[in-house]
Design a protein around this ligand. Structure first.
Ligand SMILES: Cc1cc2nc3c(=O)[nH]c(=O)nc-3n(C[C@H](O)[C@H](O)[C@H](O)COP(=O)(O)O)c2cc1C
Length: 176
């Protein structure tokens, strides 16, 4: 089975997640191809793929505008294939924020017309070393305001790799 993994990333966690999916699917015998949609030089083609896994992070309540634009422009190509949408956020890591995380995805689907066959909310990471003052303030005073983690100092990865592996293999129809 030929699977296209099309992703966008800002600080790198979604790229790490996409590479992990590629490794897992290849290990299970799939022909998986990784394309970074955040790379302006990347050539995106859906030809030859019957299955597409999309992955993008949430920043300030939405997925990257360029990724949404790509989904909108590729609506017909995506509708003709089996698709899974993976939304990466910190909201997905906390019970109290999970509903909010779900809303980011609902809003993205409304804006782009994407109707995925499967969707998954995946918890991202806190990476103080890649934040400037502005990013730290947003995380501290908005997203993580009720959490004990301090985005100025605490590096933390919330992604559940086992759950992710099982979900993508289940979607691709290969052994978990
Ligand atoms: C400036 C900034 C804004 C963010 N906004 C949100 C948000 O609105 N909701 C949320 O759940 N997570 C938010 N996050 C957390 C990211 O979704 C999380 O860190 C994710 O791992 C980033 O993925 P990436 O490394 O692929 O860009 C934000 C992170 C940063 C740095």
């Amino acid at each position: 089975m030929a699977v296209l993994i099309l992703f966008a990333t800002i600080e790198g966690q979604t790229a790490k997640i996409a590479r992990f999916i590629e490794t897992e699917l290849q290990g299970a015998g799939c022909d998986a191809t990784l394309v970074d949609a955040s790379d302006k030089m990347a050539k995106v083609t859906f030809d030859g793929f019957d299955t597409v896994i999309l992955a993008a992070p949430v920043h300030e309540r939405r997925h990257p505008a360029s990724f949404e634009l790509l989904l909108t422009a590729s609506r017909a190509d995506l509708a003709a294939r089996r698709t899974m949408m993976i939304s990466v956020s910190l909201g997905a890591a906390f019970t109290t924020l999970k509903e909010e995380a779900r809303e980011y995805l609902v809003e993205m689907k409304l804006r782009t017309g994407l109707e995925p066959d499967a969707e998954l909310l995946v918890a991202g990471a806190v990476r103080p070393s890649s934040y400037g003052y502005y990013e730290t303030q947003i995380l501290r005073h908005a997203i993580l305001r009720d959490q004990t983690i301090d985005p100025r100092t605490q590096e933390r990865e919330f992604t559940d790799w086992d759950e992710l592996a099982a979900a993508v293999k289940g979607f691709a129809g290969v052994d978990a």
